[in-house]
Design a protein around this ligand. Structure first.
Ligand SMILES: [Fe+2]
Length: 370
């Protein structure tokens, strides 16, 4: 039976007892008080059980490290973390339909744009925590306070060690240049990582410039977009193209894979951070972040989890297992990621990745980026 139903039944029983007490006799007032106290405590603990020992997360994240984080948190606090995984649009729609009855406390995804979308849909409440605020870098935060970052990733370039010289690479803009004709690999435009990249270009360069840019990039494709980010690296290893646009952590995941073919693919490329020149804006990044649902039934627990995940211990777990960058500046990236060197990140307001998404999708459609 649900704890809430038990609590309701006990409460009903309590009311009946009180009434009976009044009707039959009020002689033994002490006894009556004990009965009331006993049932009040029972009701209190039944309710407490319902709202203090768990957290429900709707998650778009698909990484092994998350299971580890939630298990560690459970060991420390005794709070059970339940996760429902699905696509972010699907989860946002579910939150909207469930409304006040949603069991979800937190929504986590890998794109600030989707968090911004949830904010626009009115699904979240602000997160006020001094600790979280001091845990994460200022430029990764939501300026409106509705979501918090846990990690970030660079959408960077990788190039064939055999067929490309590092000095040939410079900016995202340069990917439209003729010298890359038939050599560029990238996944489809339906992917959120590419939509966020295009949104950042839209926000930074404007519609006209990126229409030209996107046409040039499409003309340089080594093949029609297909597969995920790892598949683009594997295609370079197989000689199907020479450079690719991928998220940074996938290189770490390939190099630490149990499959030798994936390790070999990772070794066949080098990492390059575009737009690092003095007057240039920096490499496009995106965060992975959490939002608190508007009616989070376990808000206090959820806040504890967010404080834990942005703290030093959990941040170290992220960087050493998923090869993402830490949102907490007191934590260093994994040794492998550090070996790529520091880079300047594009400091565009990350909400722009959601605000310009529809415009970005139109650019893909107009320029034939499948
Ligand atoms: Fe990913």
């Amino acid at each position: 039976m649900q704890p809430k139903i038990i609590a309701d039944l006990l409460y009903l029983f309590l009311i009946i007892i009180i009434n009976l007490q009044f009707r039959i006799t009020l002689n033994n007032i002490k006894m009556k008080n004990y009965i009331i106290l006993f049932f009040s405590l029972l009701v209190f603990f039944s309710c407490e059980e319902n709202s203090t020992n768990e957290i429900n997360i709707y998650s778009k994240r698909h990484y092994q490290v998350d299971i580890k984080q939630y298990e560690n948190f459970e060991k420390i606090t005794g709070i059970k973390v339940n996760v429902i995984k699905a696509g972010d649009d699907e989860l946002l729609e579910r939150l909207k339909n469930e409304g006040k009855n949603s069991p979800a406390d937190l929504f986590v995804t890998v794109d600030a744009g989707k968090l911004q979308k949830g904010v626009e849909m009115g699904l979240f409440q602000k997160i006020n925590s001094e600790l979280i605020n001091s845990n994460v870098s200022d430029d990764l935060k939501d300026v409106n306070g509705f979501w918090i970052p846990i990690t970030y990733r660079a959408r960077l370039l990788v190039y064939s060690n055999e067929r490309v010289n590092k000095s040939e690479l410079s900016t995202y803009e340069d990917l439209a240049s003729d010298k890359w004709r038939g050599r560029l690999l990238v996944r489809s435009s339906s992917n959120a990582y590419n939509q966020a990249l295009m949104s950042s270009l839209y926000a930074n360069l404007g519609e006209e410039a990126i229409l030209d840019w996107s046409s040039g990039v499409v003309a340089n494709f080594a093949r029609d977009p297909k597969g995920n980010d790892r598949d683009q690296v594997k295609a370079i290893a197989a000689g199907q193209g020479d450079i690719a646009i991928v998220n940074s952590y996938y290189i770490g995941l390939l190099l630490s894979s149990e499959k030798q073919s994936e390790v070999d693919a990772g070794k066949s490329v080098s990492v390059f951070f575009p737009n690092q020149g003095k007057s240039q804006r920096g490499t496009h990044i995106n965060i992975s972040g959490f939002a608190m649902t508007k009616n989070a039934p376990n808000k206090e627990n959820a806040m504890k989890l967010l404080e834990y995940l942005t703290g030093v211990e959990a941040q170290n777990t992220y960087v050493n297992n998923s090869y993402e960058y830490p949102a907490n500046p007191r934590v260093k990236p994994s040794n492998l990621v550090q070996s790529w060197g520091d880079f300047k990140r594009d400091d565009l307001d990350l909400n722009a990745l959601g605000i310009f998404r529809e415009d970005a999708i139109k650019i893909f459609d107009k320029t034939g980026w499948k």
